[in-house]
Design a protein around this ligand. Structure first.
Ligand SMILES: NC(=O)C1=CN([C@@H]2O[C@H](COP(=O)(O)OP(=O)(O)OC[C@H]3O[C@@H](n4cnc5c(N)ncnc54)[C@H](OP(=O)(O)O)[C@@H]3O)[C@@H](O)[C@H]2O)C=CC1
Ligand SMILES: O=C(CO)COP(=O)(O)O
Length: 336
């Protein structure tokens, strides 16, 4: 196996997660150039030396510099980490397509599917950057605020080749950060996308005032939905039982740092989706993925009743209480 060593990296997206990952890499001594779409925001980041909007109070190390010049950022390194929300993923790759060559390795930490097509992000990447054969995804139970604060965290990197996965793991690895590698890109992607929808469901249940029994029933039967779709599409069951699957599912279904869970809480308390998302003021990927996962599940012929009711609550005005009643009164069946 060829040994790679990452010394510099371009990170795209200075939201909470892009900034937290850039901080982790820069603290590890890598040269990091962090791109953001908004030049005014970039000027503020470089002047304040912290991301006062998304991660206030966390100082930037000297190795972390920001830029809004996309071509300069693309030319800065051979390693590229995309952390924009899923709705901006394809258009960013399109803008990068003339700058990146077969020498470049592309990673992403975005969780979600393409909204209109239901495509997985590695499929979007293969379409837009066919010259890049070296790519992978990082994912897991990783709240940005905790990573930025240096709290202990573990995640998974899955890549097209073991050398890249290992190099990325080494780049992040630190006394507070443990990274496992994998080759199951599909499993890692699916776990991260589906758990966001299930976190909305868990939030709705808690917002309605239901208790621990209902929350854990959603986590467990939600995992059954992840396993059903994942294995049907070719993911490895072990991946879905790992950090990027059950790990992230439990994290986001049970902790209010999750924006998806907070959307669910607000819906359960009677707020409408638009108001709740505006109040959260950050990416809520599950609201979009609820649409694309439904399409993917229908095409694969897989039943995902919890994801389905989340979609109908969000887009078809299904009252949350009625949704729970529907789930509970489904036909009796064997658990497995
Ligand atoms: N936050 C977390 O704890 C984690 C997040 N993720 C994933 O990371 C991805 C990014 O989310 P996160 O950083 O949390 O989101 P945030 O809401 O914190 O930040 C989103 C960032 O993306 C920018 N942005 C919005 N639209 C576009 C676009 N079309 N093109 C380029 N940039 C755009 C925003 O700019 P502006 O500020 O100007 O709106 C902002 O800088 C999501 O897929 C999320 O699921 C994964 C693991 C953990
Ligand atoms: O993916 C996350 C943690 O792993 C963040 O979850 P939310 O997007 O729900 O905040």
């Amino acid at each position: 196996m060829m040994t790679e060593h990452i010394q510099s990296i371009a990170v795209y997206g200075a939201g909470s997660w892009g900034t937290a990952l850039a901080l982790q890499l820069a603290r590890n001594g890598l040269d990091v150039l962090l791109w953001d779409i908004n030049p005014v925001q970039v000027e503020t980041l470089n002047r304040e030396r912290e991301n006062t909007y998304y991660l206030p109070g966390i100082a930037f190390p000297d190795k972390l510099v920001c830029s809004s010049d996309l071509q300069a950022v693309a030319a800065f390194a051979d390693y590229h980490l995309i952390v924009v929300p899923s709705h901006g993923f394809r258009s960013l790759l399109q803008k990068l397509s003339l700058s990146l060559t077969e020498r470049d390795a592309v990673l992403w930490a975005t969780k979600g599917l393409e909204l209109d097509t239901g495509k997985l992000l590695h499929q979007v990447l293969e379409e837009e950057l066919p010259q890049c054969k070296s790519y992978g995804v990082v994912s897991g139970p990783t709240f940005a605020g905790e990573v930025a604060s240096g709290l202990p965290t573990a995640m998974t990197v899955a890549a097209t080749n073991a050398g890249l996965a290992q190099a990325v793991a080494e780049a992040f690895q630190a006394p507070n950060y443990r990274v496992y590698f994998s080759q199951d890109i599909l499993g890692v992607e699916l776990g991260g996308a589906i758990k966001n929808v299930l976190a909305i469901a868990a939030g709705i249940s808690d917002g309605l005032g239901f208790g621990a029994n209902a929350r854990v029933a959603i986590v467990t039967r939600g995992l059954a939905e992840i396993m059903r779709l994942g294995t049907k599409l070719g993911a490895q069951p072990e991946t879905l039982m790992g950090l990027a699957g059950v790990g992230d599912l439990v994290l986001t279904c049970t902790d209010n740092q999750s924006r998806n869970r907070r959307l669910g809480l607000a819906l359960g308390q009677g707020k409408d989706m638009e108001t709740a998302i505006a109040e959260i003021g950050q990416a809520v990927e599950g609201a979009k993925s609820a649409r694309s996962i439904g399409k993917l599940a229908a095409t694969a012929g897989v039943e995902m009743p919890i994801c389905d009711v989340v979609y109908r609550i969000l887009y078809e005005q299904l009252p949350p209480r009625q949704a729970v009643q529907e789930l509970i009164s489904r036909d009796l069946k064997a658990e497995f």
